[in-house]
Design a protein around this ligand. Structure first.
Ligand code: PPE
Length: 304
């Protein structure tokens, strides 16, 4: 089981084993919670650096705003609490999970007096799609489950309940022998992975899905900035599954997944079947940046 020592809950640190909620927690029944996934990395000096903490906290508050939940803390308090949790657990490298959810109070779909609860946990989490996946690429399938329609779930909010869709897709992909799922949007175009944004490269043109049905990924933004700084333009536009089948390169981006190359889609080998030069170039710069080895990206790091 995932475990570390302390969790920050509603303003103070508690023991891991005591960070519990009541069974009548509203979010448990109906899925109204918003969350983030943040990573921190060990740097050469021995300290840690949280990657783009301010942007993750901004998105947490934006998610809460979309679903009309008032977070009873300031952004600054959430940022400070994040560092406090990392230090209390002795972590310089790991994954951080802030979550905001409706607690116990009234039941039903018009919750009135339910408290908005806030917790931040942190633990060690290695390569999300495996070390081999990170190095050599993964095999993915197009899911039979579609990504949310923009007027069904709120696709810009990282809402807990929306992830049932992701779990269904991920389970289906793994049960049928693949590593990860790619979901299409309700119009049939490529959307994103179960927990990742997607990029493809064809004849030197780099594309990523436009921000319609997909989460506004912070790693996606990071990759677009890195590519722009390398002089490469990224087109934000929709593309089809068969464009992906004939791509020279494809890769996923996400806080958990980092930059994971895709080597096969629905049994079609992508490019040479090995991570291509755009993918490996981005990976190299990304991993240097997160570890504090790229001066130009120092402003992305919250060192502690
Ligand atoms: N799309 C989805 C649906 C998504 O969940 C994520 C993050 C992204 C794109 C990429 O966003 P960003 O992390 O800002 O680059 N998924 C998180 C949850 C993974 C999990 O299994 O839990 C993550 O990567 O932390």
């Amino acid at each position: 089981m995932t475990e570390s020592k302390k969790i920050w809950m509603d303003g103070k640190l508690v023991e891991w084993g005591e960070a519990n909620v009541h069974i009548m927690t509203h979010a448990l029944h109906y899925g109204l919670g918003v969350f983030e996934g943040v990573r921190c990395y060990a740097t050469e000096g021995g300290g840690g650096a949280v990657f783009r903490l301010a942007e993750h906290t901004d998105r947490l508050f934006a998610s809460a705003h979309i679903v009309m939940m008032d977070i009873p803390f300031t952004k600054e308090q959430v940022n400070d609490a994040t560092i406090e949790v990392l230090q209390a657990n002795g972590l310089t490298e790991g994954y951080i999970r802030p979550i905001v959810f409706l607690g116990a109070g009234s039941m039903g779909l018009l919750p009135k007096d339910n408290p908005v609860k806030v917790a931040i946990a942190a633990w060690e989490w290695g390569a999300y799609l495996g070390e081999d996946g990170l190095k050599n690429g993964i095999r993915v399938r197009v899911s039979s489950y579609l990504r949310h329609h923009v007027n069904s779930s709120m696709t810009k909010a990282k809402v807990t309940g929306s992830y049932v869709n992701s779990i269904l897709a991920k389970r289906e992909a793994v049960a049928s022998g693949y590593d990860e799922a790619i979901m299409l949007d309700t119009e049939g175009y490529v959307s994103e992975g179960s927990g990742e944004n997607i990029f493809m490269v064809k004849d030197g043109v780099i594309k990523t899905t436009a921000l319609t049905s997909v989460l506004k990924g912070i790693t996606r933004d990071t990759v677009m900035t890195i590519l722009a700084d390398k002089g490469c333009e990224v087109r934000e536009e929709r593309f089809t599954r068969d464009e992906l089948y004939t791509a020279d390169e494809a890769f996923f981006t996400g806080t958990a997944a980092e930059i994971t190359p895709i080597r096969e889609v629905d049994g079609r080998v992508i490019g040479t079947g090995k991570p291509g030069p755009v993918t490996t170039g981005v990976q190299e710069t990304f991993f240097k940046a997160v570890k504090g080895q790229e001066r130009r990206y120092e402003s992305w790091l919250h060192r502690f």
